[in-house]
Write a protein that binds this ligand. Structure first.
Ligand code: NAI
Length: 261
């Protein structure tokens, strides 16, 4: 299905990224991992990058080849990490990396951003999202948190980055349409990876409530095939969309919120 495609996977060293790299390879793609850490899962090429640092991003982009058919932006930090670092890795770095890679993409390439169920509050977070989208200076991430009331202990930085990623993806529905390049989000619910305990710690009671209605926690193997499909030609007419992969949690929250139960 992905034969003759060369695909970049950020976050390929762990969790959902590692499983995605494995799935893409099994479907015939050539996979280039981009991460802070060398992946254990076999990739065809590894490029080390710190996505919280624009200089490191520049270096990685220079090292990466042309002729890329898809980018899977999966690297991310959980809500327990430093709030400015979360803004940098989960949004500022992802955007910077993606924009700098556009010239190296083939026509009809696919960009797949891994957002989260945690981004579902985007319609209510307009001002904070606009502030983050406007921010270009990585060094000003901490100042933005101060100005916008993004706390450290409440994990708000994580939610904000995922909301912003969903909105930025929608905004880019047609940005590269002349070249057939599309961008979409895949939004997992809670998935058993090394960072799941961090989410549960931040969400507290809400996570317990969610666990009561969910049939089971997600596995990386629930998410990777969907990302692979979004890299394939079959997803060509999906543009700027956010695809929940969460055992039905997004639909559950929406029905509850709007009184349709
Ligand atoms: P993970 O912690 O297993 O993997 C994250 C990867 O990102 C690691 O390989 C890490 O080295 C890399 N990374 C972190 N900081 C980096 C940096 N500065 N530069 C380059 N690479 C860096 O996490 P997991 O669970 O696989 O998460 C992957 C994505 O899925 C994240 O964006 C996360 O927000 C999202 N997600 C995860 C959910 C979960 O429950 N596990 C739920 C919803 C979304």
């Amino acid at each position: 299905m992905l034969k003759n495609k060369t695909i970049i996977v950020t976050g390929a060293a762990s969790g959902i990224g590692a499983e995605t790299a494995k799935t893409l390879k099994a479907q015939g793609a050539t996979v280039i991992g981009v991460d802070l850490n060398q992946p254990d899962t076999p990739v065809d090429q590894f490029v080390k990058a710190n996505l919280s640092d624009p200089a490191s991003i520049d270096q990685a982009v220079a090292e990466l080849p042309k002729g890329i058919d898809a980018i899977c932006n999966i690297a991310g930090l959980p809500p327990t990490k430093d709030r400015a670092a979360v803004l940098k890795v989960n949004f500022l770095g992802l955007r910077d990396f993606t924009e700098k890679m556009i010239d190296k993409l083939n026509d009809n390439a696919s960009i797949v951003n891994v957002a989260s169920l945690a981004g579902l509050g985007w319609p209510e977070a307009g001002d904070q999202i606009k502030a983050l989208i406007t921010l270009r200076d990585f060094n000003a991430a901490e100042k933005l948190c101060e100005e916008q009331g993004v706390g450290q202990s409440d994990g708000r930085s994580y939610f904000l980055t995922k909301e912003t990623l969903i909105v930025w993806t929608m905004m880019n529905r047609w940005t590269w349409r002349d070249r057939g390049i599309r961008m979409n989000c895949v939004s997992p619910g809670p998935v058993e990876t090394p960072i799941l305990p961090d989410f549960l710690e931040t969400l507290g009671e809400r996570a317990e409530e969610d666990a009561k209605v969910m049939d089971r926690p997600g596995q990386p193997t629930d998410i990777a095939p969907v990302i692979a499909f979004m890299c394939s030609d079959g997803s060509d007419w999906i543009r700027g969309a956010n695809i929940p992969v969460d055992g039905g949690m997004y639909q559950h929250v929406m029905c509850e919120m709007h009184g349709h139960n």
